[in-house]
Design a protein around this ligand. Sequence first.
Ligand code: ADP
Length: 235
Amino acid sequence: MKLAELSASIAHEVSHPLTSVLTSSNACQRWLKANPPNIERALLAIERITRAANAACDVVNHIRALSTQPGVTRELVAPQSLVEEARDLMADDASRYFVRMELAVESDLPSIVVDRIQIRQVLVNLIRNGLEAMEFVPRSRVLRMSVECTDHTVRFAISDCGMGLKFPDRIFEPFFTTKFQGMGMGLAICRAIADAHGGRLFAKQNDPYGTTFELALPFEVPSLPEVVEPSGSTL
Ligand code: ADP
């Protein structure tokens, strides 16, 4: 990713939690100025501020890691926990969009070695796009998420019943957006993160409507530990 794109990507990823910080700060002030002040509500708003500020810090640190050595922030993670964290982070947004989120996770999934925050960020972005795609659809709004494993690959799918893709060939280009206030960096970052993990991110149209994004991440089949001779040479 080039420098201009990287800066734009950081701006994109932190703007969402920063907006939450502002909204919750305003709410907090209102609760404290009320007569009598509502301390309980104010404390809840402060909790939301802390959560959002932490999310912004995480994002900055891990996007920065995109441009530094690969591998340093990788850890062994259960795929189910990644998708559950992303779903929980987006739960308030989903209820604002009147969307029901459904999650199906295959049992006995292998763990994967990934940058947890980056992959969670990809899933959060895909969920947010799915919610936005259903904003004006006149049918019941369901976002289906699934995780399964085939061919040594863990596959996350996020499927909406929204308006579908108008420009399927362009959506992964940096700065391509069809949204009034969009920045067009979300999917470009998501694809860069998928590539950096040796994985793939692609979209397909649903029949009869909507879009499914699939993030496919390879996992390594554990090999037998190497036997090392006392001299240090490997057998
Ligand atoms: P932004 O959300 O800022 O527009 P993205 O890179 O996330 O940036 O998305 C680029 C474009 O891809 C969107 O403007 C939209 O046209 C299209 N898109 C992404 N996700 C979906 C979806 N789930 N359904 C329909 N169109 C989508």
